[in-house]
Design a protein around this ligand. Structure first.
Ligand SMILES: [Zn+2]
Length: 335
């Protein structure tokens, strides 16, 4: 446990962390963010800790960029890895000073105009292609060839991606990451990923609704796609680089849910979902073995997982483990 300085106790102490809603003014405008505060475990006074200060600065920076839609350093890094291009050549392509991008990668906040241009490159391969054609004299032939190769490979790949929906790609990622995933477990992992992603990032991972079947929440299209595997592990060939597509927060949440829930078998996961209100609400008035296509409302999923996050004091997604452990305990105690 990290320590912080308590002025009252006049020494380094262990502390407890709480999260509060706070706002910060930047250039005359307020930005909301969740601030972490540490309290001394001996006397309860607020302590000071460089660690918490750093984390709060990161949160402020995130809130500002999020609100103003300014590109993050992570996203700039994504551009570099997506096109296999260096910082300097990319700066040159854009007609910027050689060190401009390096400054941004070190945390300087780009202007809106520069940020928009970077977003366009990140999202639009055609634009990147145009840029590199028009400015190829500004960079080396090697750098030019590398980027062109990446872009042509992307064109081939888009076809196979466009026909898949987000939920299908996410299901493939879960199978890829979990290695031994049965159709039943896949359904539950999708469900928990959807719920916790909403609770932590205030967005749903995918649009599809699930139905409250006898055996728990079910995403019907995904069920149909893999039902031939019955109770065996799903085996599929993934012929594209799925780790390039599932990135950032999505990947983080999927990795955590696969780790902490995928550890249990489908039957245990099914039982866990039976103690949860979204599934119970959707099956009100039904007998335990009665078939149903009732939808589990997204609103119920949102509320339930937000409550879980609060109840278990989840400050970061690794804390999801507390919930999966607890649910499993309930399953074996009641069984
Ligand atoms: Zn103290």
């Amino acid at each position: 446990m990290d320590k912080g300085f308590c002025e009252k106790c006049n020494k380094l102490v262990e502390y407890e962390i709480k999260e509060i809603n706070d706002k910060v003014e930047i250039k005359g405008k307020n930005y909301n963010y969740k601030r972490l505060i540490g309290y001394c475990k001996n006397c309860g006074e607020e302590i000071s800790s460089n660690e918490l200060n750093d984390e709060n600065l990161i949160r402020i920076d995130k809130a500002y960029r999020n609100e103003e839609k300014i590109i993050t350093t992570e996203e700039i890094n994504q551009i570099l890895s997506k096109y296999k291009i260096g910082k300097k050549p990319l700066s040159k392509l854009l007609g910027w000073g050689e060190v401009t991008l390096i400054r941004y990668l070190n945390g300087d906040v780009p202007s809106k105009v520069y940020s928009d241009q970077l977003y366009k490159i990140l999202k639009d391969e055609k634009y990147m292609n145009q840029l590199i054609e028009e400015n190829k004299n500004l960079i080396t032939e090697t750098a030019y060839n590398k980027v062109k190769k990446v872009i042509s490979e992307m064109k081939e790949k888009t076809y196979s991606l466009e026909i898949e929906k987000e939920i299908e790609i996410i299901a493939e990622y879960i199978i890829f990451k979990g290695k031994e995933v049965t159709p039943l477990a896949l359904q539950k992992i999708l469900y928990y990923a959807q719920g916790f992603y909403k609770a932590f990032f205030d967005k749903f991972l995918f649009d599809e609704d699930c139905e409250a079947w006898v055996h728990g929440p079910v995403y019907v299209d995904i069920y149909d796609k893999y039902k031939e595997f019955k109770s065996a592990n799903i085996l599929i060939d993934i012929d594209y680089d799925i780790e390039d597509i599932i990135v950032d927060e999505k990947r983080d949440i999927l990795d955590v849910v696969v780790k902490y829930f995928g550890y249990y078998n489908g039957k245990a996961l099914e039982k866990m979902s039976h103690y949860e209100t979204p599934w119970m609400n959707a099956r009100k008035g039904l007998l335990p073995t009665e078939n149903s296509n009732n939808i589990i409302e997204k609103k119920d999923i949102k509320e339930y997982f937000e409550k879980v996050k609060e109840k278990y004091d989840m400050l970061n997604i690794l804390d999801i483990k507390k919930y999966s452990n607890d649910q499993f305990k309930r399953v074996i105690e009641i069984a």
